[in-house]
Design a protein around this ligand. Structure first.
Ligand SMILES: *[C@@H]1O[C@H](CO)[C@@H](O)[C@H](O)[C@H]1NC(C)=O
Ligand SMILES: *[C@@H]1O[C@H](CO)[C@@H](O)[C@H](O)[C@H]1NC(C)=O
Ligand SMILES: *[C@@H]1O[C@H](CO)[C@@H](O)[C@H](O)[C@H]1NC(C)=O
Ligand SMILES: *[C@@H]1O[C@H](CO)[C@@H](O)[C@H](O)[C@H]1NC(C)=O
Ligand SMILES: *[C@@H]1O[C@H](CO)[C@@H](O)[C@H](O)[C@H]1NC(C)=O
Ligand SMILES: *[C@@H]1O[C@H](CO)[C@@H](O)[C@H](O)[C@H]1NC(C)=O
Ligand SMILES: *[C@@H]1O[C@H](CO)[C@@H](O)[C@H](O)[C@H]1NC(C)=O
Ligand SMILES: *[C@@H]1O[C@H](CO)[C@@H](O)[C@H](O)[C@H]1NC(C)=O
Ligand SMILES: *[C@@H]1O[C@H](CO)[C@@H](O)[C@H](O)[C@H]1NC(C)=O
Ligand SMILES: *[C@@H]1O[C@H](CO)[C@@H](O)[C@H](O)[C@H]1NC(C)=O
Ligand SMILES: *[C@@H]1O[C@H](CO)[C@@H](O)[C@H](O)[C@H]1NC(C)=O
Ligand SMILES: *[C@@H]1O[C@H](CO)[C@@H](O)[C@H](O)[C@H]1NC(C)=O
Length: 611
């Protein structure tokens, strides 16, 4: 416990003290000789304080009749006798029981006391002795003591809300008291009061804020003293608080909770988890490598061993959560028919604290999306071009977030533009091999089927080949493309004619009009040439026509170009050759005609080659 000690700031405080009282107190320090009996006794000096010397002189004595005298401290009783004194010629003195070693008697019977003590205060009686002397004298002196040994005592522990009393005492005479709190004068009021000549300082009730250094200052007219006392108000513990306020922790992370309660002295802490108490006994609770089973309620209890009070915190719920791994979004790709619906499944933890959100091309998905199964299932209804894109789902819990693989959603189309790499009618030699390639624009990829005449050939590749070994192998070869999502069929056919001859050179197919034109052109050309020279004329004018197919490198069968007049190639050294090409759109008997590109049908290409 704190014991009073001397304030080192006292000198400063001293100046602030009221000194007016000293004038008043001087009056009380005066000690006038009082004639209690016949003989009056003069006291010099009149005012006595500790350490002084005093002379008590009996006045108006007839010294002739007095041979000796006795001085008493108190009444004239043997036990009070200080000294007995004999005048010359019997000079001598006898010390009595009340002699302190500081008293002497002078020849005029005056009593001289040195080094006065407060305890010397009181009645002094004088008894002269001689024939017929009966008169006595007495006086009452007061020796004022220095203010010393100033002490503040307490009434035990100072505890908040109870009453605390500080008592200031000192040795000294006519001591006045005042108090300081710290270096300021004490402010008294309802709760803090002074009583009993300012000696008693009472806190009722005591507040924790009253803890401070208190000084008691005692003073009289000639001295002062002070001491200070450190008031330590015990309180608490207040309701402890657990920090930090975070509720969620990732599995494997470290948890550090701290408990704080205002308390004096500092509280002692204990921790509980769920119903298990005493899992820790420091203000901090640390758990490394958190696991799910650490989830639960944590509370801490604070105990003040001085007030014997304890207080328990509110419980802090702690949840240990998994660090999410990337969700798997399924399917990773979806091709959807227009206006159809599609569902995406985001596979992630099913725990309630795991939220799933969806993104399309990095933007939150809003339109036409219907969410099921706590957002883990996204269903797009009536898919249109707007819904095409890359979808991702993001799983979040309070401690982590993870994004899925992308899922590509595209709108199905086709089959459009179904084509065979040979069209129309091709004439092939019996025994040759027919090889066909079928293409179609389709999403998803078209599924192919091949038909000869109307027989399914059980071929599902985009190519078909067969050896044309019999006359019956001539006929319609059809490629059928099927989009399983759109559920649409489209096909393309080629009509194969068989012949024993070699197939005609490519591009041999001209309309009668074209041939007429060619013939006329040739005739005109030949006539022109014929006019140029005699020898040329004699060689006859016979045009030679070379016909080409411009359809890539595909050799055309003669039957492909209806109404073509084949002109026999005539070898010669003409400088000009004429090429005429013509295509007609072919519409083979197909369930769904393939969309045709304009460039490849109904357009006649004419080419004049100059050699
Ligand atoms: C002596 O004087 C003091 C102060 O005046 C007084 O308090 C005290 O009672 C007196 N003593 C006697 C015995 O009269
Ligand atoms: C000081 O005061 C205390 C209590 O009043 C007392 O016990 C002690 O003897 C005193 N000390 C001196 C030196 O006067
Ligand atoms: C004192 O009273 C206050 C207010 O009523 C209260 O909050 C505090 O806990 C009490 N202190 C003690 C130690 O009882
Ligand atoms: C948890 O504490 C351990 C031991 O002090 C330390 O090695 C580890 O790095 C800490 N883990 C984290 C996530 O801070
Ligand atoms: C944990 O605390 C919550 C509310 O704070 C309470 O509802 C729950 O019952 C507590 N659980 C346990 C095991 O104490
Ligand atoms: C602690 O309490 C929480 C909340 O009631 C509960 O979920 C958890 O399983 C409990 N843990 C233990 C180890 O008892
Ligand atoms: C309170 O605890 C402190 C520190 O442990 C100790 O020093 C003090 O003596 C204790 N007080 C009581 C009253 O037990
Ligand atoms: C998603 O929800 C839709 C509508 O409820 C349902 O038809 C579909 O089967 C669900 N998909 C998955 C993968 O659960
Ligand atoms: C989950 O989403 C809901 C609604 O958006 C939100 O209120 C909640 O806080 C989220 N929970 C988590 C753990 O993110
Ligand atoms: C058609 O495609 C098939 C398969 O690729 C190929 O073998 C054949 O030569 C092609 N025919 C023509 C005329 O290009
Ligand atoms: C195709 O398969 C069907 C059923 O297996 C069969 O009846 C048919 O004869 C096959 N067609 C050809 C051309 O092989
Ligand atoms: C296919 O059709 C063609 C012409 O229509 C016919 O000449 C041929 O014999 C048919 N082939 C078979 C195997 O039916």
């Amino acid at each position: 416990m704190d014991r009073p000690c001397r304030s080192h700031g006292w000198k400063v405080s001293w100046k602030m003290l009221p000194l007016a009282a000293s004038v008043l107190s001087s009056c009380f320090l005066l000690t006038r000789a009082q004639e209690t009996t016949g003989i009056s006794i003069r006291v010099v000096p009149e005012v006595l304080k500790e350490g002084d010397s005093v002379t008590l002189t009996p006045e108006g004595l007839d010294l002739k009749n007095i041979a000796s005298c006795k001085w008493y401290r108190g009444a004239v009783e043997e036990r009070n006798m200080i000294i007995s004194f004999f005048r010359p010629p019997f000079s001598g003195e006898t010390k009595g029981p009340a002699h302190t070693g500081r008293e002497t008697v002078k020849p005029d019977f005056s009593l001289y006391i040195t080094d006065l003590k407060p305890a010397d205060s009181g009645i002094y009686s004088f008894k002269p002795e001689g024939p017929g002397v009966t008169i006595t004298g007495a006086t009452n002196i007061t020796v004022s003591g220095y203010v010393t040994n100033i002490t503040i005592s307490d009434s035990g522990k100072a505890i908040e809300n109870s009453t605390t009393v500080l008592h200031c005492t000192s040795a000294g005479t006519n001591v006045s008291y005042s108090w300081l709190r710290g270096n300021e004068s004490l402010v008294v009021g309802e709760r803090i009061s002074l009583s009993n000549n300012n000696q008693v300082l009472t806190f009722n009730p005591t507040s924790r804020n009253d803890s401070d250094s208190y000084s008691c200052y005692g003073y009289n007219s000639f001295s002062n003293d002070s001491t200070s006392y450190l008031l330590n108000v015990l309180y608490g513990p207040d309701v402890p608080e657990i920090g930090p306020s975070e509720h969620y922790y990732a599995e494997g992370s470290n948890l550090t909770l701290s408990c704080t309660a205002d308390s004096n002295p500092a509280a002692q802490y204990t921790w509980s988890f769920n119903e298990t108490s005493d899992i820790g006994s420091a203000s901090q609770l640390s758990i490394h490598n958190l696991q799910f089973h650490h989830s639960g309620n944590y509370t801490c209890k604070a105990f003040n061993n001085e007030t014997n009070a304890s207080s328990t915190s509110a419980s802090r719920e702690i949840w240990v959560l998994e660090t999410l791994s990337n969700p798997v979004l399924w399917p990773a790709e979806a091709i959807v028919a227009e206006n159809a619906s599609v569902s995406l499944q985001c596979n992630t933890s099913n725990r309630l604290d795991v939220n799933v959100t969806w993104f399309k091309d990095s933007n939150p998905v809003l339109d036409k999306a219907v969410l099921f199964n706590r957002n883990r299932n996204l269903t797009l209804t009536a898919v249109s071009k707007d819904e095409e894109g890359m979808y991702t789902c993001k799983a979040t819990n309070p401690v982590s977030k993870a994004t899925s693989n992308p899922s590509k959603i595209s709108l199905a189309y086709g089959p459009n533009n179904v084509k065979l790499n040979q069209t129309g009618t091709v004439t092939l030699k019996l025994g040759s091999r027919l090889a066909l390639l079928c293409t179609a624009e389709s999403l998803p990829e078209a599924q192919f089927r091949w038909f000869f005449n109307h027989t399914n050939m059980n071929v599902t590749a985009n190519t078909f080949s067969t050896d044309l070994t019999a006359w019956e192998d001539g006929g319609n070869y059809t490629c059928q493309a099927y989009n399983s999502v759109v559920k649409k069929l489209a096909s393309a056919s080629v009509n194969v004619k068989l012949t024993t001859q070699e197939s005609t050179p490519p591009g041999s197919g001209l309309t009668p009009g074209q041939i007429v034109g060619i013939v006329i052109g040739c005739v005109l050309g030949v006539a022109l040439i014929g006019g140029l020279g005699y020898f040329l004329f004699t060689k006859t004018a016979l045009g030679r026509t070379e016909q080409h197919s411009s359809n890539g490198n595909i050799p055309s069968a003669p039957g492909r170009n209806q109404g073509v007049t084949d002109t026999k190639p005539t070898p010669g050294e003409e400088d000009i050759q004429y090429s005429t090409l013509a295509f007609k759109a072919n519409h083979p008997p197909q369930p769904q005609p393939a969309a045709t590109r304009p460039l490849e049908s109904n357009i006649i290409y004419s080419e004049i080659k100059k050699k």
